[in-house]
Structure formats: C-alpha cells, structure tokens
Design a protein around this ligand. Structure first.
Ligand code: HDD
Length: 711
C-alpha cells in the first residue's frame, strides 16, 4: 500500500507544478503551493510556524489538567477558521465537479460575430467547466434523476465569457420571475424536508401541472437524459437565445451546442438508483478517472444562428427558453472543439468558489430579449455576493487577466493622469447592440409563448421505443412517489395532450383513471436529433469504458493478460476483480515463483457490477468456485439485467448458465417481451482465446445503451 500512496503524491506534485499549458493555468499556478514538496510547514494564518497542532495551551497543576487559556491565539485561530470554513452552498446546482481544458474554433464564425474566441482559429482559449446536478444539496448523490448543469468559463483574451448551460436544451419556465417557485417546488418539501435530490414528490408535479409551459422540459427530464452515464457523455446547451454581432454591427440570434464525441449515453434507472448508494461520487470520479488516464473528454461546439429578419418565422417564439430550434429548420454549424485535459488541484478554491454569470460576455456576443435570460443576468451576479462576498471576481478561479494589487494614486475616472481609461469599441471596448426598443411597459409576453405542447409531442415522437418505454417507467416511478391523487391524476391528464398510449400506460401504473380519449391530436412530427441514439459515434468506440474482469484461484491467466492488453489498446479501462484483494493464482501456476499470480484491483464484495460497463470472465477451474459464490452470481445476473456486455470463455460459460439460465432461452425471452430490447450482449466462446477476445471487444463496441429495459 505504501507504494500506492507515494504514487498518489507524485501525481499531485506533477499536477501542481508541471505542464503549464496556458495563461490561465500559469495565473493559477502563481497562487498554488504544493504541500508535498517538503518546503511547507504548519503555520498560523499570519505566517508564524506552530510547534503543535494537538494541545491547547492550558494550566497544568502538579500534572493535573487545568482550564484552557483564552490567550492561546494559535488554538483559537484554528477553531475560528474551522467554525467559518463553510460558505453557503449554491441555491441550485449545489453538487458539482469541475475540470480544466481548452477550446478552439477550427472554422471562423466571422460572418456572424467579431468575438475573437469564435473567429481566431489560431487561438486556444483556456476553459474551466463545472458539471452539476440541480436539485440536491452538496452532499447528495451524483446519479439521481435530474437535469445536469454544464457551465463553462472561457478565459478569453477579451475577458471571461461564461456559458451557463444544461444537458437539456430547454427549461421549465419562460419567465425568470418564476424561478424561485420552480426551485421551491422541486427542493425538499418545506414541512419535513423530504425528499432529498429528487423530483419524485407532490410539490414538483403539482407545479408541473400548474405550469403547462414546463411540459416539454419534464419530458426531457423523465427521458434517459435525466440519468446520464457520465458527464462526458452528455450534450451541453446554452439553452437561452443570445446574439452574435459581426464587425459591421449586424446581429444574429444564436443558440450554443456542445456534442460529445463519445456519444450520448445513459444509465438504466435501476443502476442509477443503486449507484446513488453504492458510489454517490460516481460521476465526479468518472470525470477525474478519464482525465487522469489521458482519455480526454471532448465535445464538438456548434451554433444555430438566425438573422434578426427571421425572428418571427416560426410557430414558436425564438426567445422562448421552453422551445428548441429544430435542426431541420435551423441546422447546427459545428465550428469548434472543447477538450477537458486537466484535473483540479483543490476542490474548494477551484470548484466551490467558481462563479458563473450569464451576464459575463465579451465583445461580439450580446443578449437577446429572452425573458428568462434577462432575469438570469441579474440573478447569477447577485447570488455570488451572498455565496462568496464582494471580491468574488478576484478569486483565482474567477479572475480574468486582472492583478489583485492596484498600485497608483487614483481610483476614479476621469482623473488627471488619465489612468485606467475606458476603451472605445473600435479598440475592443464592449459595446451593447443598439437594439431599437419601443413599447408599453406591461407584464406580458408575446402570444406565441402560450403554446406549450407541440414540442413536447415532437420530443416524444422522436424517441425510439426503448427510450419511450424508459420515459413511461420514469413517470410511473415519479408519480408513484406522489401520494395526493390530485397530483398524479392531473399529470396523467396532461399526458393525454402528448400521447394517449403514454397517458394510458402511466395512468394504469400509478392508479389514476385510465383515459380513453386524447387531449390533443398528436401532430406526428419528429426531429432526428432528439433521440440520443442519433449521437452514436460514427466509429464505434469503447474508450474510457470500465470493464470488470472476475477472477478466482485457477483462472486462465494468459487470457486475462491478453484481454487487458486488447482493452487498453482500445483505450478502455480494465479492472481485475478478485475473490479477495490479494494475489490470485492462475490455473496450474507454481505459487513459489515470483511472477506467479495476479493482484486484483478490488474484490467482489468491494465493488458492484453497476460501477462497470461490461463484465468478462475468463475460463479456468476458478469457475467452479465462482459458481458457488453468491456475490459472483449476483455480479453476472445484475450486469445481465442491466444489459451490459458480458463475455465468458471456456468454463465460464457454465457460470453464466448458472447465473442466468440457458443463454439462448434468455435471449429469446428478452427480445420478445414488449419488443423493446434492441440488443443485449452475452458472448461466450470456447477455449480459443484470440477469437473470444475479438468477439468480446466487437460486442462492447456495438453495445447499445437502450437494452437495459425492464427497470
Ligand atoms: Fe441557473 C446556477 C443553469 C435558469 C439562477 N444555473 C446555475 C448553474 C447552472 C445553471 C449550470 C450552476 C453554475 C455553477 O456551476 O456554478 N439556470 C441554468 C440554465 C437555466 C437557468 C440552463 C435556464 C436556461 N437560473 C435560471 C434562472 C435563474 C437562475 C431563470 C434565476 C432567475 N442559477 C441561478 C442561481 C445559481 C444558478 C440561483 C445558483 C448558484 C449560482 O447561480 O451561481 O443564481
């Protein structure tokens, strides 16, 4: 174990001191101390070295412990710092994880913007990203059903630009003034403070019914998008409509898109539920692991733009954040790439203190009159004050190119030195788009804001059968947790407006009156990119997929080694899971030989199949032991039920049969029922190691996510 610890330390030392790749990294590095370089000692906050961290100064009389002395400023300071070390958690998106990376455009968007970050193809812009869940507290679990935050800070040479987006392209409400209501409705109920980090309760669904504008978004949140496999496998959307301004001062409306190169993938609900308890840090660990292993998460960056003249061309208002701009009408133009390539060094100062504001934009980008965005521009800026204090923009993670000590004789403008002058727009000063505004002050929105169902139908129609089935079950789960009939009955009634079959099935599940007539005819339209299956990478990949290899004494070691090599070559992460975490010996090995055996990373009880994407069991006499091991059987059954790829070779085929019955029979049964299983993979092979491994890798690459159907 000692060597493991020292390896960890080496990693920290490397991260904090080497490989400075960009200006923001260099800026943070100036303020970074590395506690493992043996140059640092315990000191007070005012810099004096301390002789003990353990004993409060006290009166000792004849060897007896007397009262502690108030004059011990060292002990008092330690307790004082501890008493105040928590800052208020974010009112929403309290739980998150972050990483650093870079952004670059490969195609200039200069026809629509003069923002250098979007036009200069020779530039690499440092970024910091924070992913989050929305509902839960800081200590809640990663895999709850929820929207995920996707907030990016671009440290551009013209100042910081923040896109504070989500993994779902629309929002629950149209007007920022409703935000406190939706948040109060989804957070734990006020009387007993339950449930934590869940929308499955009366108040959330009560709100959804009373705001039909939320219908589109709740359909997304109840779909597989609500339980992503990884932050790295989610889309990111700016959600709101912004403006881009080109060098001639012409404005275009714009929506921002990030599309993951690994494709969009989800957990099945049963996995998500179990992981919440088994590994509440599943998503943040997944992010750190991929970056540590050098399989850097990447997204294509795209824009949808519309000239001002097309503002009224659609049957929805393009400033309404509860609507998408269907790609068939407004294609996405992919112009750049975002990559995450560096892990954080300290969570508190880098992730907790990160503050994003939709109002942080740079020249060439501007706001639209999207009523949600307008309110957000106030809210983010405002909330940072109570979370971080007035100097929040000076904190290392948030500061742009500014220095923290400003030397000079004046601190006002204009001044006799003409120091710190404003910059005219022609030289890069920010200039707001001169939008012509005329009207009457009223608490109203345009008429098109009142249509709420068309795009909810469009979304539902565009899903594949397994996705629809998952959505139905998700609604069934959520409404089962609502115990007031008025709440679940009304939602089932609303579902009639989207699809009668869906409404019937959910109503049957949750005990609401089963409707016989649709509420609104379904227009039958679809849009291709709303199903997440649309984003499968063109080249199948298993990069960063976690594969568990189960072994006991008597396993076929040569095959395991070959499998590890093949998986690593494909950038997948193999983990050997033993019956115990100490050397496990291969079939016929001489235990006295120094090269005998294999050290597993974990043991069967320490992990669960849910933490891995696939399972491989090599041949060998170990299968006789595994077949009698309840936990090993459970691993196989559970992985099978979650439709993970399972590979078994030689004698391991018997283990599979013991766990899940005759493979062929199960296959038929699974494919038949409901017609929702697209594929599931169990590959078994005889002794021929090479072909078995090849088949297994092929199956892994082709494995579809939607196979995990019956939960
Ligand atoms: Fe928000 C945080 C995303 C509407 C008010 N929001 C927050 C974060 C994300 C979003 C990703 C976490 C930022 C971080 O990692 O620090 N919010 C959205 C999206 C919205 C949205 C995509 C709809 C388009 N939000 C929204 C509205 C309001 C807020 C309408 C208020 C009127 N959001 C906040 C906030 C938070 C926040 C209360 C909490 C912590 C913070 O801002 O910094 O001000």
């Amino acid at each position: 174990m000692a060597s493991k610890i020292s390896q960890g330390v080496e990693k920290v030392v490397t991260m904090a001191s080497n490989g400075i790749t960009d200006k923001k990294h260099a800026d943070l590095h100036r303020d970074t101390v590395n506690i493992h370089d043996n140059k640092h000692f315990s000191t007070t906050d005012f810099g004096t070295k301390v002789a003990t961290q353990d004993d409060w100064l006290r009166v000792v009389n004849d060897g007896r412990t007397g009262p502690s002395l108030l004059e011990d400023q060292i002990a008092r300071e330690k307790i004082h710092r501890f008493d105040h070390e928590r800052i208020p958690e974010r009112v929403v998106h309290a739980r998150g994880a972050g990483a650093f990376g870079s952004f670059r455009v490969y195609e200039s968007a200069e026809d629509v913007t003069h923002a250098k970050v979007l036009t200069d193809t020779s530039r690499t812009t440092p970024v910091f990203i924070r992913f989050s869940t929305v509902q839960g507290s800081r200590g809640s679990a990663d895999t709850v059903r929820d929207v995920r935050g996707f907030a990016i800070k671009f440290y551009t040479e013209e100042g910081n630009w923040d896109i504070v987006g989500n993994d779902i392209p629309v929002f629950f409400i149209q007007d920022a003034m409703k935000f406190p209501d939706i948040v109060h409705a989804v957070k734990p109920e006020p009387d007993r403070e339950v449930p934590q980090a869940q929308s499955a309760h009366n108040n959330f669904w009560d709100f959804q019914y009373l705001h039909s504008e939320a219908t589109h978004m709740f359909m997304w949140a109840m779909s597989d998008r609500g339980v992503p496999r990884s932050f790295r496998m989610m889309q990111g959307f700016g959600v709101n409509t912004f403006r881009l301004i080109n060098k001639d001062g012409i404005s275009h409306f714009v929506k921002f898109h990030f599309t993951p190169t690994l494709g969009v993938h989800s957990l099945v609900w049963d996995e998500a539920l179990k992981l919440s308890g088994q590994d509440p840090d599943f998503h943040r660990k997944d992010l750190y692991e991929a970056i540590d292993e050098g399989v850097y998460p990447k997204w294509k960056f795209g824009i949808q733009t519309l000239p001002d003249s097309r503002q009224d061309d659609f049957d929805f208002d393009i400033l309404d954040a509860t609507k998408i701009w269907p790609e068939e009408d407004v294609p996405i133009r992919y112009i750049g790439e975002l990559e995450l390539n560096r892990n954080i060094d300290e969570f508190f100062t880098q992730v907790e203190q990160a503050a994003f504001c939709t109002s942080h934009i740079v020249p060439g980008i501007d706001f639209s009159d999207d009523p949600l965005l307008q309110g957000r521009n106030f809210s983010y800026f405002d909330t940072q004050l109570s979370r971080l204090g007035i100097n929040w923009q000076e904190l290392p993670i948030n500061r742009p190119g500014r220095h923290r000590i400003t030397a000079g004789k004046v601190n006002y403008w204009p001044n006799r030195f003409e120091a710190v002058p404003p910059v005219p727009p022609s030289e890069g000063g920010f200039n707001s788009f001169p939008e012509k505004i005329q009207g009457i002050a009223e608490r109203l929105k345009s008429k098109k804001f009142s249509e709420h169902i068309n795009q909810a139908q469009l979304f539902y129609n565009s899903l594949t059968p397994p996705e629809k089935y998952h959505l139905e079950n998700a609604l069934g789960f959520e409404l089962d947790h609502c115990d007031e009939p008025i709440v679940y009955e009304r939602i089932c009634d609303r579902l009639r407006d989207i699809d009668l079959e869906l409404a019937k099935n959910v109503a049957t599940l949750v005990g609401a009156p089963v409707p016989e007539k649709e509420g609104r005819p379904n227009h039958g339209k679809k849009s291709k990119s709303l199903s997440q299956t649309y984003f499968m990478p063109s080249e199948p990949t298993i990069a960063s997929r976690r594969v568990a290899i189960l072994i006991g004494d008597g396993f076929d070691k040569a095959t395991v080694k070959a499998m590890q090599t093949s998986l690593k070559a494909a950038n997948a992460f193999p983990f050997v899971i033993g019956v115990r975490r100490s050397t496990i010996y291969g079939e016929g090995e001489d235990k006295s030989s120094s090269s005998a055996g294999m050290m597993p990373a974990h043991h069967l009880e320490g992990m669960r199949s849910t933490m891995f994407d696939a399972l491989f069991i090599p041949g060998g006499s170990h299968n006789q032991t595994l077949q009698k091991n309840g936990r090993a059987i459970h691993w196989v059954r559970e992985a099978f039920a979650h439709c993970k790829a399972i590979g078994a070779m030689g004698e391991a085929v018997e283990l599979i049969k013991t766990a899940i019955g005759s493979v062929d029979k199960v296959k038929l049964a699974s494919v038949g029922e409901q017609g929702v299983i697209e594929s599931y993979g169990v590959v078994t092979a005889g002794k021929s190691e090479a072909s078995g491994i090849g088949e297994m890798i092929k199956m892994l690459k082709g494995a579809k996510d939607f196979a995990g159907a019956f939960f």
